[in-house]
Design a protein around this ligand. Structure first.
Ligand code: 13P
Ligand code: SF4
Length: 303
């Protein structure tokens, strides 16, 4: 039996499902029961009523959100070190400090945060629904963290004032894209369309034809008429894009755009995680209860 078959057998025996983010390694995406962006993975985790174990092939905050939303299920993160550095950039103290300066501004947090921070916000959002979440609030000034680029993008789209907390939060992988590279690729592929993630800088967004979450990029790629698509997000998404659109050409806007934390999940680690039922992601109920409300509020916003 090969590793994929062993994983599949264990999955059945243990009533487990594997949820993988769009940035995961190709072989992980291929064995996953579901591949998606962060909001889709959370939603899917809630809908899987029969599953007893959820294996999160992703990073810490995604597994943590699933554990918060599914306290009765065992949520496993195959590699404990798979942590999103952006999620570590916002502390509770920083939120409290910002709140003391803007006591009337609601706090909206990107899901790329730790559960302890989520517990101190009013509502969460993902890159797929951030604009709708901000528009749903009866406030013109909002504290938003931790991604400054996403804050700027949403401010442009909504016309509201988003105060970034911290002032400098960013994704190290999306910061690697440079507008000069897009200019060169546009010369090389004059008919290409360019799509980027809102975690990219404003310079990249402004030279893009489409800006959206990872899954929204996948839907756009299917629907647009372009035969060549330049992609400004983590390179793992190319596997899904190629699979779903074999007739189209996808060009990554920068070859080195790799999220090392997403790549920590390997087939071996998924197998071991399932076999030994580790590493169980647990959020203390006191924090989970508060954080759950902020995630549930997000699900009520139409997007
Ligand atoms: P998505 O919700 O668009 O998948 O983004 C998650 C993420 O971590 C992007 O870097
Ligand atoms: Fe975090 Fe960036 Fe990796 Fe997404 S790509 S998980 S934001 S470090």
């Amino acid at each position: 039996m090969n590793l994929e078959e062993k994983i599949s057998k264990l999955k059945k025996e243990k009533k487990a499902i594997i949820l993988a983010h769009n940035y995961q390694r190709p072989e992980i995406q291929d064995i996953a029961d579901y591949v998606g962006d962060s909001i889709e993975l959370s939603r899917k985790a809630m809908l899987e009523k029969d599953a007893e174990i959820l294996v999160f092939a992703a990073v810490d905050f995604m597994a943590e959100s699933a554990a918060i939303l599914n306290p009765e299920k065992k949520v496993l993160l195959p590699t404990l070190g798979a942590r999103c550095p952006m999620a570590q950039m916002l502390t509770v103290d920083e939120i409290k400090r910002a709140k003391s300066h803007y006591p009337n501004a609601p706090v909206v947090l990107y899901v790329n945060t730790l559960a302890t921070s989520k517990a101190y916000c009013d509502i969460c959002c993902t890159s797929a629904n951030a604009v709708e979440v901000i528009n749903s609030l009866n406030a013109d000034t909002v504290l938003f963290g931790p991604d400054r680029n996403l804050a700027e993008y949403v401010a442009e789209k909504t016309g509201k004032t988003l105060i970034p907390i911290p002032e400098w939060g960013f994704c190290p992988t999306h910061l690697l894209f440079q507008p000069e590279d897009i200019t060169v690729l546009r010369q090389q592929y004059p008919d290409a369309t360019v799509m980027s993630h809102p975690e990219c800088s404003g310079e990249i967004r402004r030279v893009s034809d489409f800006v959206g979450s990872t899954s929204k990029m996948c839907y756009y790629a299917k629907e647009c008429s372009a035969k060549t698509i330049v992609v400004a997000t983590e390179e793992g998404i190319l596997h899904r894009l190629h699979k779903e659109n074999p007739e189209k050409r996808f060009v990554i806007a920068y070859e080195g755009a790799v999220c090392p934390n997403m790549k920590l999940t390997t087939l071996d680690r998924v197998y071991t995680a399932l076999k030994e039922e580790k590493h169980v992601v647990k959020v203390p109920e006191k924090i989970a209860k508060k954080a759950r409300t902020t995630l549930e509020k997000m699900f009520l916003v139409k997007s």
